[in-house]
Design a binder for this molecule. Structure first.
Ligand code: FAD
Length: 342
């Protein structure tokens, strides 16, 4: 089978700061792998405010969170970063030769000399619905994310929520499920109008069911659901047969496994120096919203600056004997070749 991935730098978090780090490291010939629990790059910009305008990116008078992400992806493309998405960076250990080994919750293993923690406000984790006893079904009948669609083939599914995730998964899973019920507390949806229209068309064709109700209970045993109890003011409580429940009630940020990496922490932030943005552990750097130092501002532009200085220190760890020359992208043919523009 495939052994551990080998790379120069492993970046935890594919938010704007993790992405820009790929660029700065790339100019110094360092290759990167990135891990993010989200299913796409962009961190807070992509998850929390994709359509909101940002006005304080230097020389970009206005761009949305998603546009910033798209431009960063374009900027790092010449360096072919490898993304490991929809997985949590869970365990960090030091091998005998000083290499760091990062393992994710889906079993991806990455070995590198340098770790960059660009974990922002922490990992995005699903908000759990307040349904009594739900814990007992998680991972077997209750799923907060879809990692493999096949798992849901031929099943009676209930999807809960009114945002884009809920609507997207209703539309994607409906063709392969035995039945799909969407449950939402009101007949108004925050999702893209096109998705809502498609969902309503499926309901009109009787290919799925829409219930305006709340979930009040679960039925089943040994982690296997058999039904979900709905309730509303007029109809009271009733039960709907169900094999699998998919609640999509949004995401919240939690520091998560990074807290277990053995680093010094100050109020859930990682203290760093302002020369290299290195943590209390040599070879582990922290940039962006996750770090703290005197005068820290949680702005994207600060994280970009931190990425540039971190990279100068990282290359000295990966290539201790290499002479590093300071160069401008405007005038260095060498840098322009790396960017594919010369
Ligand atoms: P994040 O964007 O938080 O990304 C971190 C990523 O790391 C996340 O995707 C997370 O899932 C992942 N992660 C963390 N831990 C793990 C783990 N263990 N395993 C796997 N993945 C993990 N800033 C500005 O400069 N200008 C603005 O106008 C502005 N407006 C904002 C508006 C809103 C509504 C919000 C919420 C923020 C705004 N910000 C703004 C702040 C800006 O978004 C953050 O400073 C920026 O996103 C920080 O980038 P980052 O890369 O450090 O972290």
């Amino acid at each position: 089978g495939a052994g551990p991935h080998q790379t120069d730098v492993t970046i935890i978090g594919a938010g704007p700061c993790g992405l820009f780090a790929v660029f700065e490291l790339g100019l110094l010939d360092l290759k990167c792998h990135l891990v993010d629990i989200l299913d796409r790059p962009g961190g807070q910009c992509a998850e929390l405010y994709p359509e909101k305008p940002i006005y304080d990116i230097p020389a970009v008078p206005v761009c949305t969170g998603q546009e910033l992400t798209d431009r960063l992806m374009e900027q790092v493309a010449p360096f072919s970063p490898v993304f490991h998405l929809s997985q949590m960076a869970e365990k960090l250990e030091k091998l005998e030769d000083g290499t760091w080994r990062l393992t994710t919750d889906t079993g991806t293993v990455i070995d590198s000399k340098v770790i960059v923690i660009a974990a922002g406000g922490g990992s995005f984790v699903p908000k759990k619905p307040p349904i009594p006893g739900i814990d007992a079904y998680e991972g077997s009948s209750v799923f907060y994310a879809v990692r493999k669609m096949e798992q849901f083939r031929g099943k009676k599914l209930i999807v809960a929520g009114g945002g884009d995730s809920a609507l997207d998964w209703v539309l994607n899973l409906q063709p392969l499920a035995e039945s799909v019920t969407l449950v939402h507390r009101r007949d108004e949806f925050r999702a893209a109008p096109d998705s809502v229209n498609k969902m309503r068309a499926l309901v009109a064709e009787k290919k799925m069911t829409l219930e305006i109700a709340q979930i009040s209970g679960l039925e089943g045993e040994n982690g296997q659901l058999t039904g979900v109890v709905f309730k509303d003011k007029e109809r009271g409580e009733w039960s709907v047969p169900c094999d699998m429940l998919l609640p999509f009630y949004g995401l919240t940020m939690k520091l998560g496994p990074v807290a277990e990496f053995g680093l010094n922490l100050e109020q859930n932030l990682i203290p760093v120096d302002t020369e290299k943005f290195e943590t209390s552990t040599s070879g582990i750097f922290a940039i962006g919203d996750i770090n703290t130092y005197p005068g820290k501002l949680k702005l994207i532009l600060s994280g970009f600056h931190e990425a540039a200085l971190m990279s100068q220190a990282a290359v000295r760890i990966v290539h201790p004997d290499k002479k590093i020359r300071f160069q401008y992208t405007t005038s260095s043919t060498d840098l322009q070749q790396k960017l594919g523009v010369a």
